[in-house]
Design a protein around this ligand. Structure first.
Ligand SMILES: Cc1cc2nc3c(=O)[nH]c(=O)nc-3n(C[C@H](O)[C@H](O)[C@H](O)COP(=O)(O)OP(=O)(O)OC[C@H]3O[C@@H](n4cnc5c(N)ncnc54)[C@H](O)[C@@H]3O)c2cc1C
Length: 294
C-alpha cells in the first residue's frame, strides 16, 4: 500500500479552505486527521491530487461551552474530547462513548468532524449525537453557515448532506438535564463497531418521562426508533424489564441491517435488539434510582 503523490495546501481560515475546494473541484479534498482519507487513498479507493489541510486553521479544534451548549470544533480530536474537563463535567457520557472509539492511537489523530463527514455507517459518535439531538454547523461558499441536525446529516452509507465545497465547522451538543441518563452500548468484531446503540432517558418521581433511542452501524445511517421510545414512557422500577423487552422487539422490527463483514442481516437485527434491551435496562435502572446520575 503506497500513497500516490499529492500537493498539500494549508489554508489559515475556513473561508480560504472553501475557496480552495471551489478552485480545485474534484481534484481536491479536505484533510483533517487523515485516518480515513489516507487509508482510502492507500487502498486506491480514492485519488486526489490536492489535500486541503484544515487541522491548522486557528480555532477549528476549539471546544467551548457557551450558556450550557457544547460546541466542538471539527478539528478537535477524539482524544481532546475524551480529556476535556468541561465535557467531563457536563457531558460525561460523551467521554465514556469517545473512549470506546477505535484505539488511543487513532483517537489521538482522528477528529470528530472527520468521523461524521466520512459518513462511515460504523460510527459511535453518529449514533450517540443523534440520540442527544446534536447538530452540525456547516460552513458554505460566501461564508454562509447552516445548521444541520445530525439526523439529517447522514443520507446514506458514506453520503452526507455536505455539498462538495462545504465543510463541517463544529458540532453543537445541547445541554443535558441533571436528571438525564445516557447509556451507549456497542459491539465490534473487527476494528469498527457492528452495532451501536444510545439510550437517553429522563425520569421524574419514579416514572419514565422521556426517552430517546438511536441505533446505528447496522444499516447505512443511524436512526431514532420512535416505537421503542414510546415503549419506555411511563415505565417504573418494576416494569423496566418489560419495557426493555418491548423496546428491543420494536427495534428488531424497524432496523434494516446491511449484510457485510460485521454480520448477516439476521444476526445484526438480533444484536440490535439485544443491545437495546441491555442499554434500556441500565439506563432506566439508573434514571429511576433516587438521586441524580449521568
Ligand atoms: C483502526 C480504526 C478503528 C476505528 N474504530 C472506530 C470505532 O470504533 N468507532 C468509530 O466511530 N470510528 C472508528 N474509526 C473511525 C475514526 O473515528 C475516524 O477514522 C476518524 O474520526 C476520522 O477523522 P479524521 O480527522 O482522521 O478524518 P479524515 O481522514 O481526515 O477525513 C475523513 C473524511 O472526511 C472528510 N472531512 C474531514 N473533516 C471534514 C470537515 N471538517 N468537513 C468536511 N469534510 C471533512 C475528508 O475529506 C475525508 O473524506 C476507526 C478508524 C480506524 C482507522
Amino acid at each position: 500500500m503506497k500513497l500516490p503523490p499529492f500537493t498539500m495546501h494549508r489554508p489559515t481560515s475556513t473561508s480560504a479552505a472553501i475557496e480552495l475546494l471551489v478552485e480545485l473541484g474534484d481534484d481536491g479534498v479536505i484533510y483533517n486527521g487523515g485516518t480515513e482519507l489516507l487509508l482510502v487513498m492507500k487502498l486506491g479507493l480514492a485519488d486526489y491530487d490536492h489535500l486541503v489541510d484544515i487541522k491548522r486553521i486557528p480555532g477549528l479544534d476549539a471546544i467551548t461551552v457557551d450558556g450550557n451548549v457544547l460546541r466542538i470544533g471539527a478539528a478537535a480530536t477524539h482524544r481532546s474530547i475524551e480529556t476535556n474537563k468541561a465535557i467531563g463535567r457536563g457531558w460525561p457520557s460523551l467521554v465514556m462513548m469517545t473512549r470506546q472509539v477505535a484505539n488511543v492511537r487513532v483517537r489521538n489523530v482522528g477528529t470528530l468532524g472527520g468521523n461524521l463527514a466520512f459518513g462511515d455507517p460504523a460510527s459511535d459518535p453518529a449514533t450517540f449525537l443523534l440520540a442527544l439531538g446534536a447538530s452540525i454547523e456547516v460552513r458554505s461558499v460566501g461564508g454562509l453557515l447552516r445548521e444541520v441536525p445530525v439526523g439529517e446529516f447522514h443520507v446514506g452509507a458514506y453520503q452526507t448532506a455536505l455539498d462538495p465545497a462545504e465543510l463541517v465547522e463544529s458540532i453543537v451538543v445541547p445541554p443535558l438535564a441533571p436528571t438525564t441518563v445516557v447509556v451507549h452500548e456497542r459491539i465490534r468484531f473487527h476494528e469498527r463497531p457492528a452495532v451501536t446503540v444510545t439510550v437517553a432517558a429522563d425520569a421524574d418521581e419514579g416514572q419514565m418521562r422521556d426517552a430517546k433511542i438511536a441505533v446505528g452501524s447496522v444499516g447505512p445511517v443511524p436512526i431514532r426508533v420512535a416505537e421503542a421510545e414510546t415503549a419506555l414512557v411511563g415505565a417504573e422500577v418494576d416494569s423496566v424489564a418489560a419495557a426493555a423487552t418491548e423496546a428491543a422487539a420494536a427495534v428488531e422490527a424497524v432496523v434494516e441491517p446491511t449484510d457485510d463483514m460485521h454480520g448477516s442481516v439476521e444476526y445484526k437485527r438480533h444484536l440490535a435488539g439485544v443491545l437495546v434491551g441491555r442499554a434500556v435496562e441500565q439506563c432506566l435502572g439508573e434514571a429511576l434510582k433516587s438521586g441524580v446520575s449521568r
